[in-house]
Each structure stands twice: as C-alpha cells, then as structure tokens.
Write a protein that binds this ligand. Structure first.
Ligand code: ATP
Ligand code: MG
Length: 330
C-alpha cells in the first residue's frame, strides 16, 4: 500500500554542514492497517510525513502510495494523487469563522464537487465521527475532542485511501484520547483506509496500531507487526512498549538476588498465571511486574527476589519453560 524505498532526505544548511533527516529509509505499510511511527525528537518523523504528502520531495529514493509513484509526479497529476491522502494534525487546524459542516466540506469545494454531493457527504461524515446534528456549530462551540472529530471528518471527506495523522492525540486529555483512538480504528474498519500515525505516546501504539516502525537518526531501527516486535522481549520496541518495572537491585535484602524475567506468551505457551505459579513453586518472590496484552500475545516482565545460592537453578528451570531470566547486578 505504502512503500518507501531507499528514501534519503538531505536539508542544506546555510554556512553549515547539511542535515541528513532521512537516511536510506525502506518501509512497507499494508493496505488497511494502522501503522505507528515512533522515534525521538529529530528522528525524522515529520520529514517522513512531508515526503509522503509530497510537500517535500526526497533527495533520493522512491515513495509509492496506493500504486502511484509520488516521486515521479508533478503538476495536475501530483495534485490528483494528493487528494488520495488525508491529513489529521495535532491541533485540528479548523477555520474558526466556518461551521463544522463547512470545515468538513472544504476539501470537496476545493475539488469543485457539486453542492448536493458535498451536503450529502458532509452529513455522512458527521455521522461517521459521531457529530450528527452538530454541523452548524462553530469550532469555538466544540470541545478539543470534538474539534479533532471534525478534523478527522474533513480528512476523510474526499474518500482518501491513506490517512496520515501527525500526533493526533497529543493535545487531548486521557478520555478524549481514548475516544479519538477508538474513532480512528472505527473509521479504518468502515472505510478500509490505511492509517499512518506519528506519535511519541507508546499507549497509542498499544491501543490501535497493527504495525509499528521505530526511527532513529532517519533510519529504521525496528519495524513489524506489533505482535512481531514484542515477541522478542529484548528488542528496542518491546522495551518501549512494555517497560521493565522500576526496582533497584539495592532494594533486595542481603543474601537475595534480583532476577529480571521476561516472557512472551502466545496460545500454547506459558501465560502470566503459569509464570507466577512457577515462580512461587521455586521459592521466588515477585517484587514487581508488568503484563501487557497485545493482540493474542501477552508480554510480561517480572522482577523476582530469589535466594542467591538458588539463582542459577531457578534461571535454568525458567529457561526450560522458554522464560528468559538474568541476574540484575547491583
Ligand atoms: N527545513 C529544514 N531545514 C533544515 N533541517 C531540517 C528541516 N526540517 C527538519 N530538519 C532537521 O531534520 C531532522 C529531522 O527533523 P524532523 O522534524 O523530521 O524530526 P521529528 O522526528 O519530527 O522530531 P519531533 O518529534 O521533534 O517533531 C532534524 O535534525 C531537524 O533539525
Ligand atoms: Mg515532528
């Protein structure tokens, strides 16, 4: 659906050395999936989005969206291809002097659709985002979450095949965030649109993403379905998505050792309950733990206190059940 192949983006800097914002980036996003892009500030996330919308062209490489090579287009054909891409921003960026309905219909007016077509589509979009009856409200009369709903309705009005969301929930509180994430998933389910979400919140990835890519210095560190990336509990994304519990080895009493235990359970392998029972039967105390369910996969991280003389044997026994454990050094 979306393919980036060897994409490089270099910004010239006056009087300085150039900045390599994207470096040989190769990435595939499946049709109809929700794909998260995460990475620290400066990793290249916004540059990637600008290249996907063809607001900027890469220095090298190809970007193919829905079968169209964006890097080979210009003029009217590029404008046509851009209509297939909807954008949702952190702040909804609505026109304050226009009603919700006018904001939603805006891209259709730009595309010179006929008035009855626009009116019907606006009604459909208001219903899709749960704002039926609020079309005549102005942005100042809507909550932050409702404004973002209008933003999503506007992005979907021209039936895009791709929805690009740049930090869509960063300006919202917890409850509105959950509602907007539910809405994005519902919009995808109803329309089959492919969604790319840029976010710094791992909760967003846990909640709605089917697949995820971690960027660092403009390159892909790790990419795959969320279940794939957490199945190796030691991988960078697994550590971000299911962080280890906060315990210090110095908190453990004399003669005891702290074991860091990670396990990934899928149907047919040990579950969290089995691991806890196993730990108890070996005389290990659970000092802290985190469990996270991602699709059918459960990832757990435990800090176990065990008698020092017994630790090697416990590590071996856990290993027989595909549970990885190691001693945390003080
Ligand atoms: N127009 C520009 N000119 C020069 N350098 C730029 C330009 N835009 C971005 N950069 C540089 O490219 C790199 C990637 O920037 P980008 O904005 O894509 O990062 P980001 O991952 O979106 O970060 P953030 O999470 O802070 O938004 C940074 O080093 C940035 O300084
Ligand atoms: Mg950015």
């Amino acid at each position: 659906m979306i393919d980036l192949m060897g994409v490089r983006k270099v910004y010239p800097v006056k009087g300085g050395t150039e900045v390599v914002a994207l470096d040989n980036l190769t990435l595939h996003v499946e049709r109809g999936s929700i794909h998260g892009i995460v990475g620290q500030s400066g990793a290249g996330k916004s540059t990637l989005i600008r290249c996907l919308t063809a607001l900027e062209s890469p220095t090298e490489g190809r970007i193919v969206v829905d079968g169209v090579d964006m890097t080979a287009l210009s003029g009217a054909r590029l404008r046509e291809a851009r209509r297939r891409i909807g954008m949702v921003f952190q702040a909804a960026n609505l026109l304050d002097q226009r009603t919700a309905a006018d904001n939603i219909g805006y891209p259709l007016r730009l595309a010179r659709e006929k008035k009855p077509v626009i009116a019907a589509r606006v009604e459909e979009m208001l219903e899709l985002v749960g704002l039926s009856g609020r079309g005549s409200s102005y942005p100042s009369q809507l909550s932050g979450g409702q404004k973002q709903r209008v933003g999503i309705a506007r992005a979907m009005a021209d039936t895009p095949s791709v929805l690009l969301c740049d930090e869509p929930t960063s300006a919202l509180d917890g409850e509105s965030t959950r509602q907007i994430l539910d809405l994005l998933r519902q919009v995808r389910d109803v329309s089959g649109v492919t969604v790319v979400v840029i976010t710094h919140e791992m909760g967003v990835v846990r909640e709605i993403c089917d697949s995820v890519t971690l960027l660092r210095h403009g390159s892909v560190v790790q990419s795959g379905t969320v279940e794939e990336v957490v199945s190796d509990a030691t991988s960078p994304l697994a550590q971000e998505l299911v962080p280890a519990p906060h315990v210090s080895a110095s908190e453990v009493p004399d003669g005891m050792k702290l074991l860091d235990v990670v396990f990934t359970s899928r149907p047919g392998t040990p579950t969290g309950a089995t691991v806890l029972n196993l730990a108890a039967s070996m005389g290990a105390d659970v000092t802290a733990g985190t469990f996270e369910s991602i699709g059918e996969t459960q990832v757990g991280r435990l800090a176990l206190s065990v008698p020092g003389y017994h630790s090697d044997q416990i590590i071996r026994q856990l290993g027989e059940h595909q549970i990885r454990a190691e001693v945390r050094e003080a």
